[in-house]
Design a protein around this ligand. Structure first.
Ligand SMILES: [Fe+2]
Length: 484
């Protein structure tokens, strides 16, 4: 076994909680590896880059650790005509460079108390998502931080994104890119009125639209959606506990007396044009996709199922606790909003599977999609135990695979279209898989048409890919030609 796979399970000791040990433990070598051993065959018509972001603290953190605190590290699998190259590299955020100069972390994590301590600052780690935009990749952070532009091949940090000159903090972890127009739509949120901002960046990286979005109060939204002509913004009943916030602590509250609201705004619309639609109270991490059908806007998402008391009422306290501790109970859900009549409809698409971290054919972001690829979520912790394909028209699960739900850690999978796809789901699904029992790290490639047959190719990696957050698939046409 390669020595790197036996790296310590707790390089900073075990005093920072379980989210810095075992499969979450960081790695410290930045590698470029090709000629890797492969079981099976890498398809020749699989071309592009799978990028996955996640926390990987370089220095020992101060105090309690939360995964949003760890320095962002991108892990990449670059597929090129039947070959694959693996790379991993930290995102060189301002905070990480400052830490490196200091030799120790001057920052405190989101679980720490910040109030009244001028020496304590939160670290923007750019560790949450990575997307393709403007010929490059962009890394983003959960708490609406600074987006960093990354070279999708070399993983070098190119610069902070130019468009953060806009008012506000930066943008949330999950902007959406319309691959038909090249536009990136994002939201930003904060604790001060109006609490949310919405913006559009064009394909050249120029901010072309930025408007305030007034919410009833400070919220903790996580995702948004776009259709061909609209963006969908989320006002969900999850927010900071005000008392804790004033004391400088990060504690969240869920209030099921408030509805979930989705605001539909024209792509470059003014705040006065937003139409709000109300649904049953819930939190919602991730949207699968959204699109227009006649007068309706349709959004398919993973709805976080509020915890219930024994007599069936929503348990706000337990719901907030579960969300804060990254425990997951989510179901595929479809929302319909009629722009002409104002009518709404929501329905569970599949009650049988706790699934999250969705992917689909991103060329169709904002356009109707049928197929989605998600992970089975361990209900008790941030662990994904297998991949699963759904028909979001019917809600039916049409394929699934795991090397072992009890001991495997899958990454967020992404759908990679074949070079000349004959259908929406003609292509591949790619994921990193850490097998904690065998202590093996693989990169797995599935035939998206036949997930249940298991991986077409298993690429063996000599270093663990720590459990992380979001991924994307970057197609060759989305990579700006480099000057070298
Ligand atoms: Fe997310």
């Amino acid at each position: 076994m390669n020595a790197r796979l036996n790296d310590p399970d707790a390089p900073f000791g075990d005093s920072h909680g379980p989210l810095l040990t075992g499969a979450f433990a960081p790695v410290f070598e930045e590698l470029v590896l090709d000629a890797l051993p492969v079981d099976g065959e890498i398809p020749a018509d699989l071309n592009g880059v799978y990028l996955r972001n996640g926390p990987n603290p370089r220095l020992e953190p101060n105090g309690n650790y939360h995964p949003f605190d760890g320095d962002g590290m991108i892990h990449a699998a670059h597929f090129d005509r039947g070959r694959v190259t693996y790379r991993n590299k930290w995102v060189r955020t301002d905070a990480m460079l400052e830490e490196t100069r200091a030799g120790a972390s001057p920052f405190w994590g989101i679980m720490g108390t910040l109030k009244g301590r001028s020496d304590r600052r939160l670290k923007d780690t750019a560790n949450t998502d990575v997307i393709a935009h403007g010929g490059q990749a962009v890394a983003s952070w959960y708490m609406a931080g600074t987006p960093y532009v990354i070279d999708p091949i070399t993983l070098e940090t190119v610069r902070k994104a130019d468009y953060i000159r806009a008012p506000g903090n930066g943008f949330s972890a999950h902007p959406k890119v319309d691959e038909h127009t090249g536009e990136l739509c994002y939201f930003d949120y904060g604790h001060e009125h109006p609490y949310m901002w919405y913006g559009v960046v064009d394909a050249t990286g120029t901010l072309v639209h930025h408007v305030p979005v007034e919410l009833p109060g400070a919220r903790l939204p996580h995702d948004m959606a776009i259709t061909e002509h609209y963006s969908i913004l989320h006002d969900l009943p999850l927010f900071n506990d005000e008392e804790a916030y004033r004391a400088g602590r990060h504690k969240i509250r869920f209030d099921s007396r408030l509805p979930a609201r989705f605001g539909v705004i024209p792509r470059r619309g003014q705040p006065s044009a937003i139409r709000w639609f109300e649904f049953s109270p819930c939190f919602l991490y991730h949207v699968v996709n959204a699109w227009e059908e006649g007068d309706e806007v349709v959004m398919v998402a993973c709805r976080y199922m509020p915890a219930r008391t024994p007599d069936g009422r929503i348990d706000d306290t337990r719901t907030a606790h579960m969300i804060a501790h990254l425990m997951m109970d989510a179901r595929l859900w479809r929302y319909r909003m009629n722009l002409k009549t104002g009518a709404t409809h929501e329905e569970c698409l599949n009650a049988g599977h706790n699934v999250e971290f969705p992917s689909y054919d991103s060329r169709r972001t904002g356009r109707r999609t049928r197929w989605a690829y998600l992970v089975d979520h361990d209900p008790d912790m941030l662990r994904w135990t297998g991949v699963r394909k759904f028909d979001t028209d019917s809600g039916e699960c049409t394929g699934a695979w795991s090397d072992g739900h009890a001991h495997c850690w899958y990454s967020e999978p992404w759908f990679a279209p074949a070079d000349n796809p004959r259908s929406e789901d003609h292509g591949y699904v790619v994921s990193f898989v850490w097998n904690a029992r065998e202590r093996t790290q693989q990169l797995q490639v599935f035939d998206a048409l036949q997930i249940s047959r298991g991986p077409l190719a298993r690429v063996h990696l000599p270093q663990r890919v720590p459990a992380g957050f979001h991924a994307c698939w970057v197609k060759p046409g989305q990579i700006r030609a480099r000057r070298d």
